[in-house]
Ligand binder design. Structure first.
Ligand SMILES: [Zn+2]
Length: 137
């Protein structure tokens, strides 16, 4: 069983604010932490500049990986937004999920005043929702 992904309210807000700012384009980023507990959010540019796909800037991705190593954190999550659709992985998201150990978080802005975040594991094309716990800071 996959663990419920845990993050703080302020960390969820960083992703939601980024999603709202980037709207109508998808935004993306990385989450550092240990196991299923987030400790740091790393927004990255979406070099696709698209409203239906995302691709993290490889240079930023590299810099984040170095920071994670220095701070003894793991890459535990990858997040992106869905400006118009539900917070579930698209066929493209599933096909391009190259990190079986990472949690995939999706922020849906389908209701702009009520963003929804959900967490998934995507392993060999199989999607399972893991649950998400947002804790008070
Ligand atoms: Zn997506």
């Amino acid at each position: 069983m996959d663990e419920t992904f845990k993050l703080k309210r302020s960390q969820a807000d960083i992703m939601i604010d980024q999603a709202l700012e980037g709207d109508p384009r998808e935004i993306c980023g990385m989450i550092g932490g240990n196991g299923a507990v987030a400790s740091k959010i790393f927004p990255t540019a979406n070099i696709d500049e698209s409203d239906i796909t995302y691709q993290m800037d490889p240079k930023e991705q590299f810099a984040v990986m170095r920071t994670l190593r220095e701070e003894k954190l793991e890459l535990i999550g990858i997040y992106h937004s869905h400006p118009e659709t539900d917070a579930s992985p698209s066929m493209t998201d599933i096909k391009l999920a190259f990190y079986p150990d990472a949690y995939y978080l999706i922020i849906s802005l389908k209701k702009k005043d009520d963003p929804v975040i959900r967490a998934f594991k995507i392993v060999d094309g199989n999607v399972s929702e893991t649950g998400l716990e947002v804790r008070a800071d």
